[in-house]
Write a new protein. Structure first.
Length: 386
């Protein structure tokens, strides 16, 4: 018999109005036969040239056709469940992906099986841009539409809210600080010179047009990264007892060479700093919450080869993954979102110079290109169609 006392009632955090947490991610292949269908899902309607798909396919085949992302998400789900249990919160966690099984559709079916009526989505992207914000909200709306569960005011089935972009939440920042400090320790173990080392933050490149359209609360996608980077650098410098020189570089660009994407590419950047006399590098993939294929291939394989060729001593710091401050922070964000949904005044925790980002997106938020409406409905905003 479960026991329930007045004490529990007084201390169990208030999750109302939510009855489920939806962990919403990108997805990735689990075996070689998955690779091409997965890439078709990702690129549907995006006009990515076949040559690029073959190249990306090779990255996956080099790892036995398996991306680390699904196991990472299962580990995050387990860590969230453990943290919820630790706090006495009973809330089912349902995992789904935009581009691979379990798909968005499967997750909604699972939520219905649990009789969930109002779920809160946690996307595995900390920064706002089309790719990290609106694309998730659009896919959710489009899948509901296909299920016959969308009308002009939103979902007629399970309703969804979204947790704010969390790049400037203290838990995410702290987990990155810890990961970078571990990176400096690993560098020292390899004989690297900490005070002289360059800290290179890395994130996914996006087209300049998507960057321009990503301005939310004063800051574009790359500015959000710089804001977090400054917070991390200040704390790391303090802990190490010396100033840390840092840069932001980008990986995984695609699209035609004629289309400008955010630069510098991490490989070009390693070359540039080596030419400047830098010998030691810590690479911190702040743009990825866990070890995705971009981390395994673009950083651990390609960028590490570049570094070796340049004679650099380089270590790759970890992603936040299931680090305790990150997971605790996500549960804090969940409680914050629930309080906002109940209409309560909340004190939103942030670090850095930027404010907490909106919990309900504004019209025009994170379009693919400035001034170009996507023509697709998007949930979790004040207006489904703008
Ligand atoms: C900002 C951003 C994130 C971070 C936010 C988030 O996490 O959502 C992200 C995540 C990911 N991107 C991933 C994989 C791919 N992304 C592609 C293509 C693209 N990504 C873009 C941006 C981003 N992508 C963009 C602007 C494109 C061009 C096409 C388009 O405009 O959409 C392509 C197509 C081939 C190629 O050209 O590379 C693939 C295969 C995986 C799975 C990795 C795994 O399997 O472990 C993950 C987590
Ligand atoms: Fe947004």
């Amino acid at each position: 018999m479960p026991s329930f006392s007045a004490q529990d009632a007084a201390t169990a955090p208030d999750l109302r109005p939510y009855d489920a947490l939806f962990l919403y991610s990108f997805g990735g292949p689990n075996e070689p036969a998955d690779v091409v269908p997965f890439l078709r899902n990702v690129t549907a309607g995006k006009g990515i040239p076949d040559a690029r798909l073959e190249e990306v396919g090779e990255h996956y085949y080099g790892f036995g056709g398996k991306s680390p992302i699904n196991e990472q998400n299962l580990a995050l789900k387990a860590a969230l469940e453990a943290e919820l249990a630790r706090r006495g919160i009973e809330l089912p966690v349902v995992w789904g992906n935009r581009n691979w099984a379990p798909y968005t559709h499967d997750a909604i079916t699972e939520l219905e099986g649990l009789h969930a009526q109002r779920a809160v989505a946690l996307v595995t992207s900390a920064f706002s841009s089309y790719s990290g914000c609106r694309q998730y909200r659009e896919d959710l709306a489009v899948v509901l539409e296909k299920r016959g569960q969308l009308d002009g005011s939103g979902s007629t089935g399970v309703r969804f809210d979204k947790i704010r972009s969390y790049f400037n939440h203290p838990g995410f920042a702290q987990a990155n600080v810890d990961a970078v400090l571990d990176g400096y320790a690993a560098l020292a173990a390899q004989g690297g010179d900490g005070p002289a080392a360059r800290l290179v933050f890395v994130t996914h490149s996006i087209p300049d047009t998507m960057e321009a359209a990503s301005r939310v609360s004063r800051a574009t996608y790359s500015e959000q990264h710089r804001d977090l980077a400054r917070t991390v650098v200040a704390q790391v410098s303090q802990r190490l007892g010396h100033d840390v020189a840092w840069d932001l570089a980008f990986c995984s660009r695609s699209g035609p060479p004629s289309q400008p994407w955010l630069e510098p590419d991490v490989n070009d950047h390693l070359e540039a700093i080596a030419a400047d006399g830098v010998h030691d590098v810590v690479l911190s993939p702040i743009g990825f919450v866990s070890d995705h294929m971009e981390v395994a291939y673009d950083l651990d394989t390609e960028a590490m080869e570049t570094a070796e060729g340049l004679g650099l001593t380089a270590v790759r710091a970890g992603t936040v993954s299931t680090r305790e401050p990150f997971v605790r922070g996500l549960v804090d964000l969940l409680l914050e979102r629930a309080a906002i949904a109940r209409g309560e005044e909340v004190d939103q925790a942030v670090v850095g110079e930027l404010p907490a980002f909106r919990s309900v997106c504004a019209p025009g938020c994170c379009l693919r290109r400035d001034g170009e409406p996507s023509g697709v409905p998007a949930l979790c905003s004040t207006d489904l169609y703008s």
